[in-house]
Design a protein around this ligand. Structure first.
Ligand code: PEP
Ligand code: MN
Length: 450
């Protein structure tokens, strides 16, 4: 990581300014085709909103983003582990202290458990403070209404008026993100630095298979992160929202100046928008923020190498996170050639396992769910692949909440299909609940300790 000095670029930068060449490159990127963008009924209103967002206050500090980049470099080198978790879709209604605390408390307990087992620092990254836009497979739902695209775009309510895309929602999303970030900073720092506090009783005792339990202070020290800083990330999907506030970054990962997003520390490109000729990738190339790309089972090793070449041109460790979401039945077959080909380039990426999105299924009564055992099976496959190839299984990407929801099957209480209706509350994909998540963390702790 180098700080680009003002002298080196011959200009004084103010907030929300863009170097002319970067502004041109951004405009060219946005001229490319972009999948999954809403059709605003009133484009002039959308332009007004975009203009307002250009000068909206930052959600995160650029210095924190630079710090996350350093920590992801450590993950890429095998010296740390990345744990990313949160709601599939955040909603405006749940920008509440209790919901954010529940999710952050869970993230901190999982992080501490893993740090303890692995003896490695764990970098906590919340799917939070911006995860309000969703890519969808269909454009209409079962009732023939336009599909819900996340609170940033329309409302989940089942009326045509509610489902009509409304650009003012981008401004509301920014307000919710700012509030969520303020709450998150405080809540994460206040969560106890002890993996046992708040653990379900069946998990208390000897996490990680009977290794000695160190004190909270020792674990905190080992984390080397003060245990206080929480990072946030979301899918960089809705380009009107994401691109409006981009400005020239004060840090860069190579010889060229870049833009930086003040909307999140970490941004990822989803499985449905990762086309090599498309706008999302072209925008991400211009960013100093660390970037993730979701890679599903149709990803070829050649494509993965192209992501590396495009998004990590200066071979900066941890600059790119490849988030595999292959499904438990495919991961052992599809992931190895990708890992081999990327490793052969010499670039050091973060390998992260999204164990959720390749393992979705629908119950006979039409609920989207995932089975705990399938999620664990994909994680086992991911670890086996990396152990075999000598690469670092660097992180996990989960949809999980500290609330006691019934959205995923299986786990310690053996939830069945008949149990799902009790507390099925997600606005989009099914999340692991607290006890399923801690059981998963305990399993991963054992894998990391091997
Ligand atoms: C998601 O993370 O919620 C998501 C839609 O993932 P993917 O792009 O991998 O399908
Ligand atoms: Mn999801």
């Amino acid at each position: 990581m180098t700080r680009s000095s003002e002298a080196a670029h011959g200009e004084v930068r103010g907030r929300n300014t863009r170097e002319p060449r970067l502004a041109d490159r951004l405009a060219a990127a946005l001229d490319r085709p972009a999948a999954q963008q809403p059709e605003w009924p009133d484009p002039a209103q959308a332009r007004t909103v975009v203009e307002l967002l250009r000068t909206a206050p930052p959600i995160v500090a650029e210095s924190e983003t630079a710090q996350l980049s350093e920590q992801l470099a450590a993950v890429a080198r095998g010296q740390a582990f990345l744990l990313q978790s949160g709601d599939c879709a955040e909603t405006f209604a749940e920008t509440t202290e209790s919901h954010l605390r529940a999710n952050l408390g869970l993230l901190k307990r999982m992080s501490l458990l893993l740090a303890h087992a692995a003896g490695l620092p764990v970098v906590p990254l919340a799917r939070m403070a911006g995860q309000y836009a969703k890519p969808r497979s269909q454009s209409v739902d079962a009732d023939g209404l336009p599909v819900y695209r996340g609170d940033m775009v329309n409302s989940a309510e089942r009326t045509l008026a509610a489902r009509t895309c409304d650009p003012d929602r981008m401004l509301r999303a920014h307000g919710h993100a700012a509030r969520a970030m303020t709450l998150a900073r405080r809540a994460y720092a206040q969560e106890p630095a002890n993996p046992h506090t708040g653990l379900p009783s069946y998990l208390r005792g000897t996490p990680g298979g009977g290794r000695s339990v160190r004190t909270a202070e020792e674990i905190g020290r080992e984390q080397g992160l003060s245990g206080e800083q929480i990072y946030v990330g979301h899918e960089m999907l809705l380009l009107d929202y994401e691109c409006a506030p981009l400005h020239t970054a004060g840090f860069t990962t190579g010889p060229e100046p870049l833009l930086v997003s003040p909307l999140a520390h970490f941004l990822w490109i989803g499985e449905r928008t990762r086309g090599l000729g498309d706008a999302h990738l072209a925008v991400a190339e211009l960013l100093a923020n660390p970037i993730g790309v979701k890679i599903g089972p149709s990803t070829t090793p050649e494509e993965a190498v192209e992501y590396v070449r495009r998004l990590d041109p200066y071979a900066t460790p941890g600059r790119l996170t490849l988030i595999s979401r292959m499904g438990h039945s495919r991961v052992r077959e599809v992931l190895p050639p990708i890992v081999e080909k990327v490793t052969a380039t010499g670039h050091q990426v973060v390998w992260q396992c999204d164990a959720m999105h390749g393992n979705s299924r629908t119950t006979p009564d039409g609920r989207k769910t995932r089975h705990f055992d399938d999620i664990i099976a994909e994680i086992n496959g991911f670890f086996d692949v990396h152990r075999t190839l000598g690469t670092h299984p660097g992180g996990l990407h989960l949809e999980a909440t500290g609330e006691d929801v019934t959205e995923c099957l299986g786990g310690p209480r053996g939830l069945g299909e008949a149990d799902l209706s009790a507390r099925y509350r997600t606005a989009c994909d099914p999340r692991l609940n607290e006890e399923q998540s801690m059981e998963l963390a305990s399993t991963v702790a054992d894998l990391l300790a091997e």
